[in-house]
Design a protein around this ligand. Structure first.
Ligand SMILES: Cc1cc2nc3c(=O)[nH]c(=O)nc-3n(C[C@H](O)[C@H](O)[C@H](O)COP(=O)(O)OP(=O)(O)OC[C@H]3O[C@@H](n4cnc5c(N)ncnc54)[C@H](O)[C@@H]3O)c2cc1C
Ligand code: SF4
Length: 447
């Protein structure tokens, strides 16, 4: 057993990491699907989209060959509509609400249709919005992730000059640095950021970190308002013995390396344990399997009923051949010669219900041991508690506290996205950016 980066041929790698949700092959196929739509009044799909995209309208526009109009409808509500069409967990959002589900028929392929229209807009660089005349106002946005970009785009549209400060060398946030390679490619993310910036009036200063290269006081002094879209921070530690052994890796780093370095630079184990059951854990597990690991086992301390990922995501992992162990909590990692050899887990059981009826897992005192050569930690991320506390921003364990959807306790400072909700989906961050922009426009008496 050993970690290796040479388990697949180049061809196998390309096949395993191909687009998980491929586009329509022909315009006719898109047209046929668009014409299946019942164009419901008070459409449940629109209500279930966190950005409130007018789904029946954009589908009708595709059906009448008005692709520009369709893309405009989508981008008016969600400027990352192209990215969202590839990464949204639609089974619990728009497509999950489609009335066809009640008739036990396949729901309309909303995301695929959304991809059809938005990809045409991006490929043709159709800039569908014009900036209003200058308001003379300047806003600083910290973080070029979905929340920051969405906020910046709305403000730019309204004639505000925006400067984004981003600590990394590229924009897109976790869309660029976190989401699995078979959902979005680095090139797509770059194209999407460029498309969003195409409106003008947004300058991005890369490699500029709040708290290191710039301070909140400076931003407050030099701008009329500040928006914090800094996301959530580093991976949560397991705090168990052996966590530093070679072969114990962080899921986000693992996923990022696959995207950034590609084949064959990212080593993977023969027998891999993935700790966690969220979207990050699923992405790490399926990608480990697709990189050629022989056995991949997801280890989760609760039961299937409490899993944070959706059934569809779990099915993807299972179809890829990943195993699951429920009610198991990692206790220690054992190694030899500095390398991982075993993962020891406590067997858990559900305890008595608390006041809210929730039953937390409790240790039974029994353990079991798995032979592994790689452990991937995907037990969530920890917010930037030190940073936000340093600036005396109200927070709960680092998660920023806002009122009226976006206002922090500091006048003129607004926030949204994962930094506030602790980690949801891209589409939620895009809506948070819109809410932030609306609050800033009200604060600056624009509109
Ligand atoms: C592994 C993984 C897989 C995921 N898969 C999906 C998926 O399939 N579908 C989905 O919808 N969502 C997915 N998500 C969630 C989604 O990526 C996030 O909800 C979304 O990116 C949040 O957007 P945001 O703008 O709030 O934060 P982020 O995307 O985290 O962006 C924050 C930005 O702020 C920058 N920043 C942070 N601190 C500072 C600072 N001090 N100074 C300057 N810049 C700073 C960061 O570099 C980053 O660019 C996934 C998340 C992870 C971790
Ligand atoms: S943004 Fe996501 S949730 Fe909203 S309609 Fe598009 S695919 Fe569905």
């Amino acid at each position: 057993m050993a970690i290796s980066n040479n388990r697949l041929s180049k061809e196998q790698y390309a096949e395993n990491f191909t687009d998980i949700h491929p586009p329509f092959e022909t315009a006719d196929a898109a047209l046929v699907e668009a014409n299946r739509c019942l164009f419901c009044y008070d459409a449940p799909c629109t209500k279930s989209c966190p950005t409130g995209i007018n789904v029946p309208k954009f589908i009708k526009q595709i059906a009448t060959d008005n692709i520009k109009g369709s893309a405009h409808t989508i981008f008016s509500s969600n400027i990352m509509g192209a990215g969202c069409s590839k990464v949204c967990p639609v089974e619990k959002l728009c497509e999950g609400a489609c009335v066809y589900n009640l008739m036990e028929e396949e729901p309309i392929e909303i995301a695929r249709l959304q991809r059809y229209a938005t990809e045409k807009a991006m490929a043709g660089n159709w800039q569908l919005f014009q900036r209003k005349g200058s308001t003379g106002k300047k806003v600083a946005v910290v973080g070029a992730g979905p929340a920051g970009l969405s906020c910046a785009h709305v403000l730019a549209r309204e004639g505000v000059d925006v400067t984004i400060y981003e600590k990394e060398g590229k924009g897109g946030g976790l869309m660029t640095y976190g989401i699995a390679a078979y959902k979005v490619t680095p090139q797509f993310c770059e194209d999407e950021v460029n498309y969003i910036l195409g409106i003008g009036g947004i300058e991005v200063k890369y490699s500029q970190e709040l708290g290191k290269d710039i301070s909140l006081a400076e931003l407050k002094k030099n701008f009329d308002a500040v928006y914090l879209g800094i996301g959530v921070g580093v991976a949560r530690k397991l705090d168990i013995p052996g966590e530093k052994l070679e072969g114990v890796v962080d899921a986000i780093q693992f996923i990022y390396d696959i995207r950034a370095k590609g084949y064959p630079s990212v080593p993977v184990g023969d027998k891999v344990a993935v700790i966690g059951m969220g979207m990050t854990a699923i992405d790490a597990a399926t990608q480990a399997k697709r990189l050629g690991a022989k056995e991949v086992t997801l280890v989760y301390r609760r039961t299937e009923a409490e899993k944070p990922c959706t059934d569809v995501e779990l099915d993807i992992a299972k179809l890829d051949g990943c195993e699951v162990i429920w009610l198991a909590a990692p206790q220690k990692v054992k190694g030899s010669g500095g390398k991982v050899k075993q993962l020891v887990c406590s067997v858990m059981k559900l305890g008595e219900p608390d006041a809210s009826g929730r039953r937390s897992p409790v240790d039974t005192g029994e353990t079991f041991t798995m032979n592994v050569d790689m452990v991937i930690k995907a037990a969530g991320q920890v917010p930037f508690e030190k940073l936000v506390s340093k600036y005396k921003l109200d927070n709960t364990y680092g998660k920023l506290v806002v009122k009226d959807k976006a206002s922090t306790n500091i006048k003129g400072v607004f926030a949204g996205g994962d930094a506030v909700n602790g980690g949801k989906e891209v589409v939620d961050a895009v809506q948070a950016g819109k809410d932030g922009a609306a609050a800033i426009l009200r604060y600056l008496n624009i509109q």
